[in-house]
Each structure stands twice: as C-alpha cells, then as structure tokens.
Design a protein around this ligand. Structure first.
Ligand SMILES: [Zn+2]
Length: 93
C-alpha cells in the first residue's frame, strides 16, 4: 500500500507472520475506488464490489514473507482468493 500506515491502526512487529485483519480492512477502505465502485485485485485486476467479495480479499505480502518480506504497510497488497492461492502455490518449495 502506498502512503503511511493510517494513524488509527495498531502497530505490529514487521516480523509478525500475518497482517492483522484490521490492516486488511483498512487497506480495502484505502483501495476502494469510488468511481469504479469497488476494489481492484492487484493480481488479476478483477474488480470486487459486493461485501461478500470484499471480505474474501486477502492481505498479501508483496515480497513473500518466506523471502524476507516484512509485515509492513508498504509490503501489503490486496489479492482475491484465487490470486492468493495461485501465488502461494507458486512459492511452495
Ligand atoms: Zn485476483
């Protein structure tokens, strides 16, 4: 995500394994495109509009955690469930 971590969010250790749900929810609010009426997946560029779809977006490490990527706002992107699964499959040893 671009910009600073929003003020109201809890701080987490950059070495934490997962993004907190609060960060994911905030990322959805920040990424929400009012004109398009939804949030775009950073993987497939699909647009997700319905609340049920938005709830299924994943907070993903741009640089994978397994490759030294940190749990920071800058390293967070939103992926749809399908892209997230695909990415994880690709990085399996
Ligand atoms: Zn996707």
């Amino acid at each position: 995500m671009t910009g600073e971590l929003p003020e109201f969010l809890e701080r987490v250790a950059p070495t934490a394994r997962m993004f907190p749900a609060s960060w994911r929810d905030a990322a959805i609010r920040v990424a929400f495109d009012r004109q398009a009426g939804g949030v775009q997946c950073r993987g497939c560029a699909g647009l997700f509009r319905r609340p049920a779809e938005l709830r299924r977006l994943h907070g993903d490490h741009i640089v994978p955690f397994s490759r030294g990527g940190l749990t920071t706002w800058a390293n967070l992107q939103l992926l749809c469930a399908r892209c997230n699964l695909r990415k994880h499959a690709k990085h399996q040893p």
